[in-house]
Design a protein around this ligand. Structure first.
Ligand SMILES: *Cc1c(COP(=O)(O)O)cnc(C)c1O
Length: 381
């Protein structure tokens, strides 16, 4: 069994994907071909935002957004402590100080109360100037924007939505990637909408930022002229072949894949409800795109042994994430741990992600759940 079955997806989409890739090869417009422009328009429409600028990966997307805002040394950027490394790596890469904020135990997303505490603490200390918040839509569920946005407004902070895992999710019909002043996503193969290599995108309603971001993605070009360089940028583009693949995949993503992962999550919820593990909670009015189906094991369960037993029975599992951001070696000795993050520390010891993708069948979820239950019993210490 695969953790995320990309082979099965390809079998189903093979005819369309092969045709799309073949067309790009025939045209030989491998960089900035028409498929890239078309995809950007389709993504912007799907998300409900004015501008979409594709780029080389989700990490670049965050860095470019921060660069467009002029985030730099001396600035504080607030980031959840429980996330993939990029969310904190990017502000640090721009010279700013990431300040890690604890998360909500139920949703795994940034806790708005802890955010406000962290902002106040940084303001009092006076070493760094609070500039922006990077809210992450972890495991497919949007962060609590109804409560994070007012905090950003109150302290005059820009809000970046890191929707690398959230693409396809929504809150009361408003789509992920439409909540941030700028939002970013990733098309890494295992993300909710993945391509066949690296890829990313940046979304904003702001015309001036969109123009600046387009320039930053292509060597600081002026307008459409790549050889008239008016600022220092970088080379960060989505390949035309990847755009062509994404056009095929976006179609089925909209048509049935998001529904399919929600169905699979429901099967899991039903099959695991009496096991004593904490099941993932999707808040009222929210739709998740289920980048991960992540449960919390009882404290006394031996997670490593459980994973080993399940693996030996053919069921892959993953731990996202094993280390809080503030404990990563790269941030050792910095002021990034301005406040305590006990929830994240606990989650890192208890979370376990089960296989999740749109092509999971009900029988497979049943088998995973049975194996999980049996192995868990054996791994309670
Ligand atoms: C995957 C991921 C990224 C980075 O995306 P890449 O395309 O791999 O660079 C950033 N933030 C989060 C939360 C992610 O999960």
């Amino acid at each position: 069994m695969e953790f995320r079955d990309l082979k099965k997806q390809y079998q189903i989409l093979k005819a369309d994907i092969d045709k799309a890739v073949g067309a790009v090869c025939a045209s030989a417009h491998f960089i900035s071909g028409q498929e890239v422009k078309e995809l950007e328009a389709q993504l912007a429409e799907y998300v409900g935002v004015k501008h979409c600028i594709t780029c080389a990966n989700g990490t670049d997307a965050i860095s470019i957004a921060l660069a467009a805002w002029g985030i730099r040394e001396g600035d504080a950027v607030f980031v959840p402590d429980f996330t993939f490394f990029s969310s904190g790596e990017c502000p640090a890469g721009e010279g700013a100080m990431p300040i890690f904020v604890d998360v909500d135990e139920e949703t795994y997303n940034m806790d708005p109360l802890r955010l406000e505490e962290a902002i106040q603490k940084v303001r009092e200390e006076g070493t760094y100037e609070p500039k922006a918040v990077i809210a992450v839509d972890l495991f497919g569920q949007c962060a609590d924007y109804g409560r994070i946005r007012p905090v950003c407004d109150k302290y005059g902070l820009l809000m970046l939505e890191d929707a690398a895992q959230g693409f396809g999710g929504s809150i009361r019909g408003k789509m992920a990637c439409s909540f941030g002043d700028i939002a970013t996503t990733s098309f890494f193969p295992a993300k909710p909408l993945g391509c066949y290599g690296d890829g990313g995108a940046i979304f904003t309603d702001n015309d001036a930022w969109a123009k600046l971001i387009r320039s930053l993605c292509v060597h600081g070009k002026s307008g459409e002229d790549k050889y008239n360089n008016i600022r220092i940028g970088r080379n960060s583009r989505l390949d035309t072949i990847q755009a062509a693949i994404l056009q095929v995949k976006l179609k089925v993503f909209q048509e049935y894949e998001v529904d399919a992962v929600n169905q699979a999550a429901q099967w899991y919820d039903e099959a695991l409800k009496d096991t004593g593990v904490k099941l993932p909670l999707v808040k009222e009015g929210y739709i998740s795109s289920w980048a991960q189906y992540t449960v919390q094991l009882p404290q006394k369960a031996d997670r490593e042994a459980l994973q080993g037993k399940m693996r030996s029975l053919g069921i892959p599992t993953m731990v996202y994430y094993i280390k809080p951001m503030h404990l990563q070696g790269a941030f050792e000795g910095t002021k990034s741990a301005a406040t305590e993050c006990p929830v994240t520390e606990r989650l890192c010891k208890t979370v376990l992600s089960l296989p999740m993708h749109p092509y999971l069948r009900k029988e497979e979820v049943g088998i995973i759940a049975e194996v999980f239950k049996t192995c868990l019993e054996e791994c309670k210490q």
